[in-house]
Design a protein around this ligand. Structure first.
Ligand SMILES: Nc1ncnc2c1ncn2[C@@H]1O[C@H](COP(=O)(O)OP(=O)(O)OP(=O)(O)O)[C@@H](O)[C@H]1O
Ligand SMILES: [Mg+2]
Ligand SMILES: [Zn+2]
Length: 472
């Protein structure tokens, strides 16, 4: 049976998802008969470069061609779809990179097409050609026979010599958004009449990382995995080796709750279940990125790889965090992940040890007060002093109120709930100073400075400076 990726390879421009820039320009060129002799398509894997090259070939060589709507039934259209047209020569530069291959191509290109209007060369992975081959190719691109069209495709445009690029019309192919992929997968599922739970598709869209081919191939596997049952989240989670959202929530929340033991237990559990910890951390990074973006409302909801109800949950938890601390945790894991990649660490025991130490290190870092927390507290203290009211830590109370949202009731008070700064003392000092100075702006400035100084002094005096900000 044909794979879904092949079955759903777009055959016309109408069928092609996205890539509007390329498809619109190519359609115009065909319509107005401004067909160029060399095209270069670049973009990451599985985004439609080869598919577009074949669509363009069909448009040019269809019996009705050049036309933007090839018939799909003439021998030329059918042969091109099946990759066996004598006039559309597909060449993989990765395995035909030598000078002799390009010399042969140059010889053959001189002969007119056998059955169609154009002789079309589709050169895939063109960046793989040797320098010598590029030079030989350049010669023919400089003066191509009138009946020849070159369509080159690459995932690595920066490896193509400028001399080649300047002789081509260049189109960039973009990665797909989660929404584009989701629409396409749902279209395929509906056409195939396969039942599925809506939320189960999202993790596939995320895993595909912008590649439509990867998404469709994963869907193919999910269909096979589900048998006759509707595709659900459990099947997808097993297939992709992903953990439920709660695992990540629990892991991240432990940092906020100063519960290092819990995190080490989670790591131990995943390790003993034989799960890939490196993969877990990568997914955790994605999860934390979403927390940061959702907290600051920096991304449209449909672009998250989570269901709407999950995004709401994510937002509630993210709002409990100070964003700089969230970023601190993210960066620490990112650094760890990058080091694993850099040093090609693959032994699971090594990964586990370094992960455990990284977790302890993050807890240590989180004990230090963040600049934004300090600034927040200074402002609150200043307001209290100016109004002569009691100092109430608003961060603490807002966090306590938010506890209602946590059904498990496992969110403890924030680490920095009160301060031991003696506000009476500060006020007194300020009043004394103020008695000799009745300039208002100076007064404001003095209070700020005074409180800041007080913080600094306490921090310096106290060998365990963090204690100032710890729960009492
Ligand atoms: N724009 C698109 N619209 C619809 N389906 C697409 C699109 N792009 C890719 N696909 C799906 O992915 C499969 C592979 O696409 P294609 O071979 O055109 O990608 P590519 O960009 O050439 O990838 P590679 O760089 O790996 O060669 C297609 O058969 C199709 O199922
Ligand atoms: Mg391709
Ligand atoms: Zn046709």
């Amino acid at each position: 049976m044909k794979s879904l990726a092949l079955k759903y390879r777009p055959k016309t421009f109408n069928d092609l998802v996205g890539q509007i820039h390329a498809s619109q320009s190519l359609k115009n060129a065909i319509e107005y008969k401004h067909i160029r002799q060399a095209y270069l398509f670049f973009g990451s894997r599985g985004v439609g470069k080869t598919s577009t090259a074949r669509i363009l070939s069909r448009c040019l060589n269809c019996v009705n061609g050049p036309t933007v709507e090839p018939c799909g039934t003439c021998s030329s259209c059918i042969e091109i779809s099946e990759g066996r047209s004598v006039d559309v020569i597909e060449m993989d530069a990765a395995s035909n990179r030598g000078i002799e291959n390009i010399r042969e191509l140059r010889e053959n290109a001189r002969f007119a097409p056998m059955k169609s209007k154009y002789k079309i060369y589709i050169i895939d992975e063109v960046h793989m050609l040797t320098n010598e081959s590029f030079n030989a190719l350049l010669k023919i691109l400089e003066e191509p026979p009138g009946h020849v069209v070159f369509i080159m495709a690459t995932t690595e445009q920066h490896k193509i010599p400028e001399t080649i690029i300047s002789r081509c019309q260049v189109f960039g192919f973009r990665k797909f958004s989660i929404q584009d992929i989701r629409d396409r997968l749902e279209y395929i599922l509906n056409t195939e009449k396969i039942a599925y739970h809506k939320d189960s598709i999202l993790p596939i869209c995320q895993k595909a990382e912008g590649s439509m081919r990867d998404a469709v191939s994963l869907l193919d596997q999910a269909i096979a995995y589900s048998g006759n049952k509707p595709i659900d989240l459990e099947v997808i989670s097993n297939l992709l080796g992903i953990h439920p959202l709660e695992t990540y929530l629990e892991f991240v929340e432990s940092f906020r709750n100063s519960d290092a033991k819990k995190n080490l237990l989670i790591i131990h559990r995943l390790f003993s279940e034989g799960l890939n910890l490196k993969r877990f951390i990568w997914d955790l990074l994605d999860f934390m990125k979403s927390m940061i973006l959702v907290k600051n409302e920096l991304l449209e909801r449909e672009n998250f790889s989570y269901a709407a109800s999950e995004i709401d949950k994510l937002k509630k938890y993210a709002d409990l965090w100070d964003v700089s601390e969230l970023i601190l945790v993210f960066e620490s894991f990112y650094k760890l992940y990058s080091n694993w990649s850099l040093f090609q660490t693959s032994k699971s025991a090594e990964i586990k040890i370094s992960l455990e130490i990284a977790v302890v290190d993050i807890f240590e870092k989180l004990k230090r007060p963040s600049v934004s927390k300090l600034m927040q507290k200074i402002t609150m203290l200043k307001n209290a002093i100016e109004k002569g009211t009691d100092y109430v830590d608003e961060t603490a109370s807002s966090l306590q109120n938010n506890n209602e949202i946590d059904q498990k009731k496992d969110i403890t008070l924030p680490r920095y709930s009160e301060t031991v700064i003696d506000k009476e003392n500060i006020k007194q000092k300020n009043d004394e100073k103020h008695a000799t100075n009745d300039n208002n702006s100076d007064k404001e400035f003095d209070i700020d400075t005074l409180i800041q100084k007080e913080f600094m002094a306490q921090e310096q005096n106290d060998t365990k400076s963090e204690n100032i900000f710890l729960d009492k």
